[in-house]
Design a protein around this ligand. Structure first.
Ligand SMILES: [Zn+2]
Length: 440
């Protein structure tokens, strides 16, 4: 930062629940003062919160940058997972014919995210024989283009199998992942895979080992799409991640994120306690992806009396009963894996109230944490607030929810009028225009 940056927010409320209005001053990227404000004071400030809540900014802990907004080119007949893989692969094969389209879809995703209040994104971009390094290199361009408004961490991600047939020697998709990292390891922050796509469990375990080795070699965070099923007979591979990471004396500064993990929903309380203890010495964070999980999981129970089960990590219950804090993320936007939903992380909180059947004050806070503080911890974001209630010395990465007075409203029915502040600078505003006939 070259010159001193100062921004102030007036008529603001904090997540403490105290109804006092505050004036929040930010200097050089940090909250420098929080003082009582007065309802009728003249706002000589940059941002007028209109009595709205100011909280830590939002994060997308898990977002696919390259395969967003392609539903219009995906013909769905069954809607199941294998069809989603198939139609998405067909769409991906055409990315190289129109690189501008790939860039523009990603650009719109980041812009709209920042307008929602997001200042930190872990963006998965695929590497395989269909797309080569095109998605990684487009992602790196977008990350650089948005450097001043949002931290876009690029995760080089193998959605496709690293092994071919029954071979235990990694194939061309692995070779491409290695090439992407050799070429761009200085700018790629994360390496990831989806071990469940491998032809066998043995190969899925080898996939995990290969990705952990690449992460250590290039000093990257690791990120797995894992245990994406509700099958009680399937072996939970999170145990393999834990044992393989420990075997490698995993460096504590590198995070390990695990997305989906729906299979863990079948754990007994004793299994959760054992998992919590096993993870304790490792920087592992779970990320629930409820919009995708609910759309895709449990389809075999379609004709059962109550239909498909709730197939997504129970965020508030895991925190209150087992002390395991789980992040929530949007995952996909408008594609065959997740056709529905917006890219607003706060929409996940609203969905979570019904999914997890709780609107207690403690659980509402936990849901809000899942898309702010816990989400940032899951992606090893260096600037994380200590609590939802802001304090002097916190990073000035903030979301102003104009007219949304408290945490309950922010979760149950969040307003659309927002201002996003990142590193003490206003980076986005979103104001809804309203009009109704017959009024002045
Ligand atoms: Zn994903």
């Amino acid at each position: 930062m070259t010159a001193m940056s100062v921004v102030s927010v007036c008529h603001a409320r904090l997540a403490s629940g105290v109804p006092t209005l505050y004036r929040i001053e930010c200097t050089n990227g940090t909250i420098s003062s929080i003082l009582p404000d007065y309802p009728h004071s003249q706002p000589h400030t940059d941002v007028h919160a209109e009595g709205g809540l100011v909280i830590p900014s939002l994060a997308h802990a898990h977002l696919h940058l390259d395969k967003c907004s392609i539903l219009d080119r995906s013909d769905l007949l069954t809607g199941d997972f294998s069809e989603a893989l198939k139609v998405t692969n067909a769409a991906k094969a055409a990315f190289k014919d129109d690189p501008d389209d790939l860039y523009r879809r990603g650009e719109r995703l980041v812009c709209e995210s920042v307008q929602c209040g997001v200042t930190s994104i872990r963006a998965h971009v695929e590497v395989d024989e269909a797309v080569g390094l095109l998605c990684v290199e487009t992602g790196l361009q977008l990350s650089a283009a948005f450097r001043e408004v949002c931290d876009v961490q690029i995760a080089a991600f193998a959605q496709e199998p690293l092994f071919v047939g029954s071979s235990t020697e990694p194939g061309e998709n692995y070779a491409l992942l290695v090439r992407a990292l050799d070429k761009h390891a200085d700018r790629i922050k994360v390496v990831g895979s989806a071990p469940y796509v491998e032809p066998s469990i043995a190969q899925a375990k080898l996939n995990i080992g290969l990705v952990l080795d690449l992460a250590i070699k290039h000093h990257l965070h690791a990120d797995f799409h894992l245990d994406y099923n509700l099958d009680p007979s399937s072996e939970p591979l999170i145990h393999t991640v834990i044992s393989e990471a420990k075997r490698r004396a995993w460096p504590s500064e590198l995070g390990i994120a695990i997305g989906h993990a729906t299979r863990l929903q079948l754990f007994t309380p004793a299994e959760w306690e054992a998992l919590g203890a096993a993870m304790e010495s490792l920087p592992i964070k779970l990320i629930g992806l409820p919009q995708s999980d609910m759309y895709m999981m449990g389809r075999s129970a379609f004709d059962a009396p109550l239909g498909a089960p709730r197939g997504t990590l129970r965020v508030p219950q895991l925190a209150s009963r087992h002390g395991i804090r789980v992040a929530m993320a949007v995952n996909n936007v408008q594609n065959a894996f997740t056709p529905q939903g917006s890219l607003d992380p706060l929409a996940l909180c609203t969905l979570g109230v019904a999914l997890f059947q709780s609107a207690t004050p403690a659980d509402l806070r936990e849901l809000l944490r899942a898309v702010t503080l816990t989400a940032k911890q899951a992606v090893a974001e260096p600037r994380v607030h200590k609590d939802l209630t802001l304090a002097v010395g916190d990073p000035a990465d903030l979301l102003v929810l104009h007219g949304t007075p408290d945490v309950a409203t922010a979760v149950l029915n969040p307003g659309l009028d927002r201002t996003t502040i990142r590193a003490g600078v206003v980076v986005a505003r979103r104001r809804v225009s309203r009009w109704i006939a017959g009024t002045r």
